[in-house]
Design a protein. Structure first.
Length: 261
């Protein structure tokens, strides 16, 4: 994870400085299966490599005992066009997203942050905790999920893996204890109340991957300094921003910066 966070620092800087090309990803809805396919290309001139990631967000998978994200990633030499690697996109996505939140936490969260609250108990939520625990000395960790059994498995696994005390929260009001909040859900409505978020809290919101999904209340977005991975993609896909903009609560200029800046 520490290596991945360092690589994310390079990658986001390259993206914001124009050294990398990352076109808007192509999305295809498959409504009968409650699934969404995403095709994501990217090119690094510095590395002379390009990659395509193809993933399926299978909405019915969690209740079947399968990961929500399935897919493949193919890496190419951009000079010769030769395929170099075929990788599991599920793992790479989780690692990359956890590392991105680790970088954001390192750059933006208060240095004395000690209490983390994780919303969600899936694969993404695991690397979220791993990422922030790599850059802040956590004293307390809470996990909240509507499915209590998922939270209990998460608390046991991650507590042992990171040598942390991870406690299962019984209510989303646990957000009131947080110095750092990570939201890793597929919710269409805010997962906590704005009134429960104390000033100075750092929030990593990663689950709002299409315009109709949101995890963070509009009021919280309004009183926050908002930093995104990419302005173009956030304004095209992130319901956490698109919805409050449509409500007139904020304008596009409310985004302070990209992470790479």
């Amino acid at each position: 994870m520490n290596e991945a966070i360092s690589l994310m620092r390079d990658a986001f800087s390259e993206l914001s400085s124009g050294g990398a090309i990352v076109p808007q990803r192509l999305a295809m809805e498959m409504h009968p299966e409650n699934s969404r396919a995403l095709l994501m290309p990217a090119y690094s001139a510095r590395m002379r490599r390009y990659v395509t990631k193809i993933v399926t967000l299978a909405g019915n998978n969690p209740v079947k005992g399968f990961p929500f994200i399935q897919g493949l990633l193919i890496l190419f030499d951009s000079d010769r066009g030769v395929p170099l690697a075929l990788m599991d996109a599920g793992y790479v996505t989780a690692l990359r997203t956890g590392a991105a939140s680790g970088l954001a936490t390192d750059l933006l969260a208060r240095r004395n942050s000690q209490v983390a609250v994780i919303f969600g108990a899936g694969v993404q939520a695991r690397t979220q905790l791993e990422g922030i625990a790599s850059v802040r000395k956590l004293e307390e960790v809470y996990v909240y999920s509507p499915v209590n059994a998922d939270s209990e498995r998460y608390a046991d696994e991650m507590g042992k893996k990171l040598n942390l005390s991870v406690v299962v929260a019984q209510s989303p009001a646990i957000a009131a204890k947080a110095d750092i909040i990570c939201t890793a859900t597929t919710s269409g409505v805010p997962v906590f109340s704005d009134a429960d978020v104390k000033p100075g809290t750092h929030i990593n919101g990663i689950g709002s991957y299409k315009p109709t999904l949101r995890e963070i209340p509009s009021e919280t977005i309004k009183r926050s300094s908002v930093v995104v991975d990419s302005r173009a993609s956030a304004l095209a896909e992130a319901g956490d921003l698109i919805i409050p903009i449509s409500e007139g609560v904020i304008a596009e200029k409310h985004i302070c910066a990209e992470l790479g800046e």
